[in-house]
Write a protein that binds this ligand. Structure first.
Ligand code: GLU
Length: 297
């Protein structure tokens, strides 16, 4: 017997929802309903300074207005830091995690110096951020020990090379296309370098929390924007290291703003609340993101 599918929408309440979120939420919701599955909500609020209860209430209001209902109380990540800590200690006990003390300014200076010296661009991750150079590349062992001893802030990072050596088989995932057919994608987390597992300011990271929560909520299908396609390699790696099941993924097209760039909080005009205030209807929003009833049937 196959289990009914479980879909989710996982917004970060650090602003109001825009048209890009509407596409993601509607797709997940409609797919869950069409396939007789569940639709769950997760509030990704690990950044407890930028995410506020007011913004979360706004997100829920926008979703309800769109006609979206969810099948269980939302899971709020800020209430589950213990779960992330448990996963982190498991990885730590396997020697896969280290304390990273370099500040952003130190990394920036090291990257600039290296680029000036070699004339070549410093290696960057798929999001364009320089790979973490490693504390030992920049600091003397005494300095690392001094920072550690004096309680200097640190992030926890994954030892990527070591993690890849631990894999027993090639890392792949199933990617579902718009027509529902799936194909195999080869994951390549190495391009991300030593990813952050816990930030200096919050005891987890997006990668760790999203991976663990998808498993804890029993998510079978992760449907999200194409901007997270590359990050899926990291999530697959963490699933293997933590013994978690791999959902099917579907990375949908992004809605772009008038400037052709992916929508962000700065595209205020596409906020659902603003469109609603101007008289837009939920059906109108569906049409704007290309989610008419005909398209799904
Ligand atoms: N919280 C993430 C965001 O709002 C989405 C994470 C995901 O769908 O995996 O961009």
């Amino acid at each position: 017997m196959t289990r009914p599918p479980v879909f989710r929408f996982a917004p970060s309440p650090n602003g109001r929802l825009h048209l890009g979120h509407a596409l993601s939420a509607l797709l997940n919701h409609d797919l869950a309903r069409e396939r007789g599955g569940q639709f769950l909500l997760r509030i990704e609020d690990i950044d407890t300074t930028r995410c506020t209860p007011e913004l979360e209430a706004g997100v829920l209001e926008d979703l309800r207005w769109l006609g979206i209902d969810w099948d269980a109380p939302p899971r709020r990540q800020s209430e589950h830091f213990d779960d992330y800590a448990a996963a982190l200690s498991r990885l730590e006990s396997e020697g896969l995690v280290y304390r990273a003390f370099l500040t952003r300014a130190e990394v920036r200076a090291a990257v600039a110096a290296r680029e000036a010296e070699t004339g070549a661009p410093f290696p960057r991750d798929p999001d364009g951020a320089p790979l973490y150079p490693g504390d030992r590349a920049l600091l003397q062992p005494e300095e690392i020990a001094a920072r550690d001893g004096s309680g200097a802030p640190f992030a926890l990072r994954l030892r990527m090379e070591l993690a890849l050596e631990r894999l027993a088989h090639p890392l792949v995932w199933r990617e579902e296309d718009d027509d529902g057919a799936t194909r195999e994608i080869v994951a390549d987390p190495s391009g991300w370098g030593d990813v952050v597992l816990a930030r200096k300011d919050t005891p987890t990271s997006y990668h760790l929390a999203v991976t663990l929560d998808d498993a804890l909520q029993g998510i079978t299908h992760v449907v999200r924007g194409a901007d997270l396609f590359e990050a899926t390699s990291v999530h697959r790696l963490l699933q293997e290291l933590l013994g978690l099941p791999a959902p099917v993924y579907r990375h949908h097209r992004l809605i772009t703003g008038p400037d052709g760039r992916k929508l962000s909080k700065s595209h205020g005009a596409t906020a659902l609340a603003a469109l609603r205030a101007q008289g837009a209807t939920p059906e109108g929003i569906r049409a704007m993101v290309g989610m008419t009833a005909e398209r799904l049937s």
